[in-house]
Design a protein around this ligand. Structure first.
Ligand code: FE
Ligand code: FE
Ligand code: ZN
Length: 273
């Protein structure tokens, strides 16, 4: 059975997200750990988490995916921005331990003129300071579209980050279909070759989640504008091949398309069958 869900608003807590997920035919969901623009996180509500875990068990929600604020840039050239990002990452991972065994996805960041190699080194150094052997969360590096000086639009860059991290088993990758297509990986006409390339660089066993988004822009445009499934340059056929691909079937899929709940429900219905 497919593990599929969408991004949900975390403002009403985990139990509310669990209920929302089930109401649209999802068996997982993604949520922001805090305001996506990176402000302070709400205090942990242990009662809500306890009720959520019970609800999840009863309703077959197995794993969920946290997403860091997208402004968090741990390889920024500015020391204050970098320190703030590191504090956010560490705090989010502390909070994730209340929901053990899940994944935490973040954008590797932008090196803003320091160079790709330096950006990769700062990201790995920061992870080496923050990751703990006892943590029960897997941190995921998201594949990026390659806007500006973004790190992570090439599989080699993600592999290089993992390479320099000591606790490698705590670090995986989340593949975003809109981002990789925008970055120049042709998942429409050459899905098998792209997965083969991923396997040779990062290793398919380190792929832990997939963001399924169509793209508003043509192949290799380096733009990152999500479109509804089937209404962009990737197209429905390609998504059906992706979610039912034998090498990907065991992974959780998350929609981040421009939709409200009914739109997500429809996309989940179409992709499930
Ligand atoms: Fe993202
Ligand atoms: Fe994404
Ligand atoms: Zn995106």
């Amino acid at each position: 059975m497919l593990t599929i869900g969408c991004h949900l608003s975390s403002s009403k807590g985990f139990l509310a997200m669990g209920r929302e997920a089930v109401s649209i035919g999802a068996n997982t969901f993604q949520f922001f750990t805090r305001n996506p623009r990176g402000s302070r996180a709400k205090p942990i509500n242990e009662e809500d988490i306890r009720k959520y875990l019970q609800f999840a068990k009863e309703n077959g929600i197995e794993k969920i995916l946290a997403h860091a604020p997208y402004t968090m840039n741990i390889c920024s050239g500015d020391e204050k921005t970098r320190e703030f990002a590191g504090m956010t990452l560490a705090d989010d991972l502390r909070r994730m331990e209340y929901l053990p065994g899940n994944c935490y996805n973040f954008h590797p960041g932008s090196h803003v003129g320091q160079g790709m190699e330096q950006g990769i080194k700062i990201i790995a150094d920061t992870l080496n300071e923050i990751l703990k052997p006892e943590q029960q969360t897997t941190v995921l590096l998201e594949t990026m579209a390659g806007k500006g000086t973004e790190v992570g639009s090439r599989f080699e860059e993600l592999a290089a980050i993992r390479e320099q991290v000591n606790l490698k088993e705590k670090v995986g990758v989340c593949l975003d279909t809109c981002h990789v297509y925008d970055a120049g990986y042709d998942i429409v006409d050459h899905l098998d070759q792209v997965l083969e390339e991923f396997d040779q660089t990062v290793g398919l066993s380190h792929l832990k989640a997939i963001h399924i988004n169509d793209s508003k822009n043509p192949f290799a445009s380096h733009k990152d504008r999500h479109e509804k499934i089937g209404q962009g340059s990737i197209g429905l056929e390609a998504f059906l091949r992706i979610v039912h691909h034998p090498s990907l079937q065991q992974l959780p899929f998350y929609l981040e398309t421009p939709n409200e709940l009914p739109g997500y429900a429809e996309e989940i219905r179409v992709l499930k069958y």
